[in-house]
Design a protein around this ligand. Structure first.
Ligand code: CUK
Ligand code: CUA
Length: 678
């Protein structure tokens, strides 16, 4: 046992136990620096630790592959959707430590996101829909910006499936900079997916509706309901999507699913899976089949093949109509001009993943046992020759399935999503089987299946959907966490499982609970590509614009001014005081606080929380934030710093004193607590 362990340790470390012991350093009581042959001591203590904790050799190998000691950093970042939390979750590989939640569609007090801070509140309000305050999202697909088909580490985009919105996150400060609500759609799913130079961010529909909103009876589904693929133009220099330069392509009322952009040979094209080509509308209380079974009748649905370069030309030539302010290429134009073509894809497909060389599109069929590999060059030749097998009811040409594919690989039950490594392998998540299927794209053969925990949804690999996958790591994103972690009541976390794919056999090395919404997709990027700043410069930078705020406050220029629109407080903060720390206003005054952190030291973050006014702000070094509120409650309201920033942090506080309007001395009273009487 000991010898076998010693050997496996050597394999993992590539060094002797003795040097392992030395590397552990003299501060470790058990593992004293040793010389020459005296490694037995270290070995013995590791073996006894293994025995005491009931660890197998495989466990210890996994631990050695994933453990990141204090002070050491991870090699990769995972950017994960946060599902119904509306946020983004950032983790490190190989440790699987959670590094950050990035606030996107949902207020988040630690970051001061829309909990007082005017800039973020305005972003959220700007993405409200149809007059409704939207304060949550269902983020599904994060996508990193790309240059020449590989991640460049500059931006992250993510879609909100529930409300058809899109976010732009700047990876200099891991902060959301733009939120956009689709004027056309009510839900999206093929979002966000970028083209190889981030020319466009793709957002395509899921559930068809009358485009642009409005009413149409469900009986008019075939005529009046539509999907759309929106190509949002991204201006990298501005770091913003430019709606005026964006366009959409009208799609038939099938339910469009995931999208992926072509690359290299298929650059200029995009692919979107679909289901419900039956155009079932549900109605299980009205004598119609339930949506679910109505939508599962056909043996084939349609892979949507979109020539977006061609669409661009037609849009420039004015072949569009305008719906809710958006340029839309009509369905009949898209069908007639070769912008939209269909290829049949097996039953209820999920995933449309383009291979690193851009030659193949892999679709999983939830109710099929194959990965179907479409051949782009064959598709292109068929379209060029107008060699079609038929047309759908909207005039969209349909290719012959057999002529469009390279082949199918029998994988097992419930294949969904596929990612790639650097050795010509593909990894497909097998939802029904709860396995990762590794198969060779080179010879179209199943290589190995690894059981993972229950019901894997998405799968991600290091740079695994780019032109240059890294191999090394795959993450299985599992929907259930039953039996994996300590009990936490009926609502369980999700389970990310890290898989080492560097060797001939896959090894499961770590389980990481994800306790914030249901993460769907993630992308994994090499850490050296992320160039995050550690403070805002110059002092007084507005993080939304990344420019000096017009309200920035210089040290020594703090003041309180009464203007027509209320009382303006120009405040600075530095360890450990707010200036000013006394704010006197009259009941009913509108109070505008302009806060600049004079700090430039890394991690010297202050917060600003004020009682009874529902305000929480985060003021990182050099940042400027504004907040406005009506001081409608008379009384005395302490404000204080929310981050334990120094030894005198508790003393970093002040008072907002709101003098009653009528001078009666009557103050705000906390409403009596409402007791639930259930
Ligand atoms: S979807 Cu969730 S497992 Cu929204 Cu990409 Cu496939
Ligand atoms: Cu500033 Cu605590």
């Amino acid at each position: 046992m000991r010898n076998r362990f010693d050997a496996s340790l050597r394999r993992v470390l590539g060094v002797s136990i003795a040097s392992f012991a030395i590397a552990c350093g003299p501060q470790n009581g058990d593992l004293k620096p040793t010389t020459g042959g005296s490694a037995a001591g270290a070995n013995a203590s590791i073996a006894s630790l293994m025995q005491a904790r009931g660890l197998s050799e495989a466990d210890v190998t996994a631990a050695l592959k994933t453990y990141v000691p204090t002070g050491k950093k991870d090699d990769y970042y995972i950017f994960s959707s946060g599902g119904q939390s509306g946020q983004v979750i950032v983790l490190g590989i190989p440790s699987m430590r959670i590094l950050k939640y990035i606030a996107v569609f949902t207020p988040e007090p630690w970051q001061g996101w829309a909990t007082g801070d005017q800039g973020s509140l305005e972003l959220l309000e700007g993405a409200d829909r149809r007059g409704m305050e939207m304060r949550w999202g269902d983020t599904h697909h994060p996508n990193l910006s790309e240059t020449n088909g590989d991640y460049d580490g500059e931006f992250l985009f993510i879609g909100d499936k529930a409300n058809a919105r899109l976010a732009v996150i700047d990876l200099r400060d891991f902060t959301t900079k733009q939120l956009i609500a689709s004027p056309l759609l009510e839900s999206d799913h093929g979002a966000a997916f970028v083209t190889p130079n981030t020319e466009y961010v793709i957002e395509s529909s899921q559930y068809p509706v009358p485009l642009g909103g409005g009413f149409a009876p469900i009986e008019d589904y075939n005529e009046k309901y539509r999907g759309a693929a929106t190509f949002w133009k991204f201006d990298r220099a501005k770091g913003k999507i430019i709606p005026e330069q964006s366009f959409a392509i009208e799609l038939p009322p099938y339910m469009q699913d995931l999208a992926d952009a072509g690359k290299l040979v298929s650059h200029g094209w995009a692919f979107i899976g679909s289901f419900n080509t039956e155009r079932a509308i549900g109605g299980n209380l009205e004598g119609r089949p339930p949506l679910e079974s109505g939508a599962s009748q056909n043996d084939m649905d349609y892979l949507h093949i979109i020539n977006w370069k061609k669409a661009e030309e037609l849009v420039a030539a004015g072949k569009t109509k305008t719906i809710a302010g958006m340029k839309v290429l009509p369905l009949e134009v898209a069908a007639a001009e070769g912008v939209l073509t269909f290829a049949p894809e097996p039953k209820s497909p999920h995933g449309a993943d383009v291979s690193p060389d851009g030659k193949y599109i892999v679709a999983g069929g939830k109710l099929d046992t194959h990965a179907t590999v479409f051949d782009f060059e064959k598709i292109k030749a068929l379209i060029d020759a107008q060699d079609y097998a038929g047309k759908d009811p909207y005039g969209v040409p349909i290719l012959d399935f057999q002529k469009a594919i390279r082949g199918q690989v029998e994988l097992g039950l419930g294949p969904l999503h596929t990612v790639f490594d650097d050795k010509g392998n593909a990894y497909t998540s097998m939802f029904v089987e709860s396995k990762v299927a590794k198969w060779s794209l080179t010879d179209m053969k199943l290589v190995e299946k690894l059981p993972v925990h229950y019901n894997i949804g998405h799968i991600a690999a290091a740079h695994g959907d780019t032109v240059k996958p890294h191999g090394k790591w795959v993450v299985a994103m599992n929907k259930w966490a039953i039996d994996r972690f300590n009990d936490v009541g009926p609502l369980l976390p999700q389970n990310f499982q890290l898989v080492d794919v560097s060797g001939p056999n896959m090894q499961l090395v770590y389980d990481s609970p994800i306790p914030l919404g249901e993460p769907h997709y993630t992308q994994i990027i090499s850490a050296d590509l992320i160039k995050a700043i550690d403070h805002y410069s110059p002092v007084g930078t507005d993080p939304i614009t990344m420019q000096l705020s017009p309200n920035a406050v210089d040290g020594g220029k703090e003041r309180i001014e009464r203007k027509d629109d209320g009382v303006h407080v120009y405040m600075t903060m530095i360890r450990s005081h707010f200036t000013p720390d006394t704010i006197r206003v009259k009941q009913g005054d509108t109070v505008h606080i302009h806060m600049t952190s004079l700090e430039q030291a890394r991690d010297a973050t202050h917060g600003f929380g004020i009682s009874s006014y529902n305000i929480s702000m985060s003021v990182e070094p050099g940042k400027h934030v504004d907040t406005s509120f009506v001081a409608d409650k008379a009384g005395v309201f302490p404000f204080y710093c929310l981050e334990f920033c120094s030894a005198l942090h508790l003393e970093m506080a002040g008072y907002l004193i709101v003098e009653p309007k009528d001078g009666s001395g009557d103050v705000a009273r906390v409403a009596p607590a409402r007791h639930a009487s259930r």
